[in-house]
Design a protein around this ligand. Structure first.
Ligand SMILES: C[S@@+](CC[C@H](N)C(=O)[O-])C[C@H]1O[C@@H](n2cnc3c(N)ncnc32)[C@H](O)[C@@H]1O
Length: 233
């Protein structure tokens, strides 16, 4: 299994250009959830920098090859998240992560570290694959009349699965929404808004294997506000 995003950098940089879902689905959700004025903002897992180009945020990522590309869009730091030890307490107004959280095994560390570096009253926004979609063993199945239904797999249990990505594979870490929200709350994140979506008609029409999946949860967006006091800080 390849979890090395430097090996995937070339493939990912081409994906972001051709993947229509960013324009029609992912970035609109991010825009709906981010504060109108994000202030000092950090793109966690910024990749080649497409989010930074929209938000004007700083970026951080594990992959040096993707960070080299992201420097064209702003200042970046190499880090292995959830490590944000290089940032001072309460130094950010906003942190956000797109398609990152389900690549991080230590979700508790992700919420604790982001709560430490975002000031009280600041925001955390996450846009990710919907947990209904990442549950190990979950898959579309076709009913006898051709209707596409969803097999839930082991949704209620934390787990992981390897999925193809370019010439390699990436491990996705699944946790049900109840776990995700409870873990965030334990770090002092106050839930502000949730968005759940299927794929838009434009995306479904452009990829024949998605036809019939319009009403199946595919994307999850969450905005939290940093409470005045965060446990353990
Ligand atoms: C699916 S890409 C998304 C990139 C970017 N957010 C976007 O929407 O274009 C996932 C990104 O997360 C980064 N990543 C994965 N695990 C990481 C970790 N533990 N720490 C920092 N970055 C990580 C990868 O290098 C990659 O750039």
């Amino acid at each position: 299994m390849s979890q090395n995003w430097d090996d995937l950098a070339e493939w990912w940089s081409a994906e972001v250009v051709k993947d229509q879902a960013y324009a029609t689905d992912v970035h609109p959700i991010l825009g709906d959830l981010l504060p109108e004025e994000p202030g000092a903002a950090m793109d966690l897992g910024c990749g080649e920098g497409q989010g930074m180009r929209i938000t004007g945020a700083f970026g951080c990522d594990l992959s040096i090859d993707l960070l080299r590309r992201a420097t064209a869009s702003g200042s970046v730091v190499q880090t292995r998240l959830p490590d944000l030890g290089w940032l001072r307490d309460a130094s950010l107004d906003t942190a956000y992560a797109v398609y990152l959280l389900d690549l991080i095994e230590d979700d508790d560390g992700f919420f604790r570290e982001s709560a430490r570096v975002v000031r009280p009253g600041g925001a955390l926004v996450v846009v990710m694959n919907h947990p209904v979609y990442t549950a190990p063993g979950s898959a579309p199945i076709s009913d006898t009349d051709g209707e596409i239904l969803w097999r839930w797999g082991s949704y209620f249990k934390r787990g992981s699965s390897s999925e193809p990505a370019g010439a390699g594979e990436v491990e996705f870490f699944h946790r049900p929404i109840s776990d995700l929200l409870t873990t965030a709350a334990a770090s002092g994140w106050l839930l502000t808004r949730i968005i759940e979506r299927g794929l838009s008609r434009e995306v479904v029409e452009s990829i024949p294997s998605y036809v019939g999946q319009e009403d199946i949860p595919r994307l999850l967006g969450v905005r939290w506000t940093r409470g005045r006091s965060a446990p353990g800080l």
